[in-house]
Design a protein around this ligand. Structure first.
Ligand SMILES: [Zn+2]
Length: 76
């Protein structure tokens, strides 16, 4: 698996590159939930940013639609 922090390959829980303790695959669910929540937040922020951007309305709609679909995926 890859380190949740630096993305480096980790064999143990502790990343040899940055020292982050990575959650083991099935033991705890909360880190995954946290990760998903973070991603939801990131996407929500992106949508807000896009809404404020000056770009063609159709392009804007497409981008928001894409992100919205990702959000739906994550919240299921
Ligand atoms: Zn790392």
């Amino acid at each position: 698996m890859n380190c949740i922090n630096c993305g480096g390959k980790v064999v143990n829980e502790k990343c040899q590159y940055c020292g982050t303790i990575n959650p083991t695959t099935s033991e705890t669910k909360s880190p995954t939930v946290e990760k998903i929540n973070n991603e939801i937040q990131t996407i929500t922020n992106k949508i807000d940013a896009i809404k404020k951007m000056i770009m063609p309305e159709s392009l804007k709609k497409n981008k928001i639609k894409e992100l919205q679909a990702r959000l739906d995926e994550l919240s299921n």
